[in-house]
Design a binder for this molecule. Structure first.
Ligand code: AAO
Length: 508
């Protein structure tokens, strides 16, 4: 009885913080703007075999169609209804994706846009991805239905202009978007109905878009209405995983800690700081990463959802600034993602992007709006090249060997403590994860050549950054760990990837 009570207590405490991934799967990937049919295939052909835990998908509900500029990615953050009907696919395709991904142990997390509907200037008509009628002028969304009563205009019908005023941030309009009155039980019910439909289909959780712009208590009231996860794939009583998009870089009225009761929060300091360190800006050095995590003023590890970049700040939207590393800075980016996946802090999300024609004018990319690769607005298929990379301008960072292999590393070292830290006082650092894995970085302008305590059992290991273990052989650098756990490492500062990672399953 006592044991049962303890178990249910743990279950209760962990509920909405638990990503509900299959045992041993510790990272998810954001397949930004992918079509459902491509995600279903990717789960089966790549994500499951490579040990990915799940996929964050773009908002699946009907959105406004914007022609000026032409079909920007951000139109998906302007809901018109809760019909599952977007450029990524229809409801049948969505259901098929969720089923097929769950069947191979890969979870689906939905980006839930529930703070607002389309922009106040969205006009009236049927310019929406499923052709539903709406009228932004009098705030009429008959397909939900929402009417003028369901918005916050009584409290504030203007723009958020002052982030030091929590009332404004939560009651006024974010970028002119019509702000839903989530204090109304009717609105909460409509939102919960939509989320429950997704839960019943089999999704494992949600990213709550613009959570900072909703009152924590209103979010809680919605979450309290949510069903348990579908028992076809999840154990009885499982709660949806919740991670809230709260941007708290400090210095504003709203603190991410206000949202801990609801679930995890996005820790935006993580990518901003890691980018600054890897770029060596502001006198930062990798040696300072010794106390990375809470020691850097981040939220508690078990409340954090972390990432190097996201769909906003990889193109100058949102927050984080110029330090954010992206696939455009591939060499530094791989180091940053490698560090994130090796380090125990937080629950990790890998970004997977598409390429677009950047055009910087006065330091700003005027093409930051460009939508996914498409033919006349129809999203292109994610094709796979013979070398396993993606075609049609899909970047597929998650398929880069260095990143894919570090996802596996994270799975292998799961639960192991941060150990055997070493640094040279500058930008050469190393650390292990108990006796299961070890990683060494050289981000200095000179070579690294040193003997380090790895904590690993003796043997020859394959470096999973420069190569792969294939049929018991290593296609990259080999590392010999002696009986005392020591190994010698050499990393040139001009190496293609100036870091080495070995783990229990890369032992030859
Ligand atoms: C589009 C057009 C707009 C138009 C609107 C309506 O671009 O011109 O008015 O339609 O017609 C996305 C796009 C938007 C787009 C929107 C709807 O990014 O451009 O608007 O879809 O189509 C804030 C929010 C955060 C939000 C972020 C973009 O807090 O929630 O802005 N992210 C999510 C999504 C995002 C989406 C939406 C929300 C809306 O991920 O894709 O928008 O659904 C400060 C605040 C942050 C604030 C930023 C930017 O950040 O702290 O909370 O994020 O400003 O406004 C330093 C500070 C840092 C500060 C930053 C920038 O770094 O330390 O705190 O500077 O000032």
């Amino acid at each position: 009885m006592k044991f049962f009570l303890l178990l249910s207590l743990i279950g209760f405490c962990w509920a909405q913080y638990d990503p509900q991934t299959q045992y041993g799967r510790t990272a998810i990937v954001h397949l930004f703007e992918w079509r459902w049919v491509d995600i279903a295939k990717e789960c089966e052909r790549y994500l499951a075999p490579k040990g990915f835990g799940g996929v964050q998908v773009s908002p699946p509900n009907e959105n406004i169609v914007v022609y000026n500029p032409s079909r920007p990615w951000w139109e998906r953050y302007q809901p018109i209804s809760y019909k599952i009907c977007t450029r990524s696919g229809n409801e049948d395709e969505f259901r098929d994706m969720v089923t097929r991904c769950n069947n191979v142990g890969v979870r689906i997390y939905v980006d839930a846009v529930i703070n607002h509907m389309c922009g106040a200037g969205g006009g009236a008509g049927t310019s929406s991805t499923c052709g539903s009628y709406y009228n932004a002028n009098n705030r009429d969304f008959p397909s939900v239905p929402y009417s003028g009563w369901d918005f916050n205009d009584g409290k504030c019908n203007g723009e958020i202009s002052n982030y030091n005023d929590a009332n404004q941030v939560r009651n006024c309009r974010l970028s002119g978007l019509l702000d839903l009155a989530l204090e109304k039980d009717y609105v909460r019910s409509k939102v919960a109905e939509y989320m429950n439909r997704l839960i019943d289909i089999g999704v494992a959780g949600f990213r709550l878009d613009a959570a900072k712009h909703m009152w924590p208590g209103d979010i809680k009231a919605v979450l309290d209405k949510l069903h348990n996860l579908n028992t076809k794939w999840f154990s009885q009583g499982s709660r949806p995983f919740i991670f809230q998009e709260v941007i708290d870089l400090g210095g504003e009225a709203i603190k991410s800690s206000e949202y801990f009761g609801n679930g995890r929060v996005t820790e935006f300091k993580y990518g901003a700081k890691l980018g600054t360190v890897i770029r060596k800006w502001n006198g930062e050095k990798m040696a300072y990463l010794k106390n990375w995590g809470e020691g850097w003023g981040f939220v508690p590890s078990d409340r954090a959802l972390v990432f190097v970049d996201n769909h906003d700040n990889q193109r100058g939207h949102g927050a984080g600034g110029a330090s954010i590393l992206t696939f455009w800075d591939a060499r530094m980016y791989k180091m940053a993602v490698g560090f994130m996946l090796a380090h125990p802090y937080g629950f990790t999300r890998v970004m997977s992007s598409y390429r677009w024609a950047r055009n910087f004018q006065n330091g700003k990319d005027v093409n930051d709006w460009i939508g996914p690769p498409n033919n006349n607005g129809v999203t292109k298929e994610v094709t796979i090249n013979p070398d396993t990379t993606c075609g049609n301008d899909w970047v597929c960072e998650h398929r880069w060997r260095q990143i894919r292999n570090m996802v596996a590393f994270r799975n292998v070292v799961s639960g192991q403590p941060f150990s055997n830290w070493w640094d040279n006082g500058s930008n050469q650092v190393a650390f292990g994860r108990g006796n299961r894995g070890f990683i060494v970085f050289n981000n200095d302008d000179w070579s690294l050549s040193t003997t380090l305590q790895t904590g690993l059992p003796a043997g020859t290991y394959c470096d999973v950054i420069s190569g792969d273990k294939v049929d018991g052989n290593c296609t990259g650098i080999k590392v010999n760990v002696g009986n005392d756990g020591n190994a010698h490492f050499s990393i040139s500062n001009s190496a293609e990837d100036p870091f080495i990672a070995i783990h229990a399953e890369s032992k030859l």
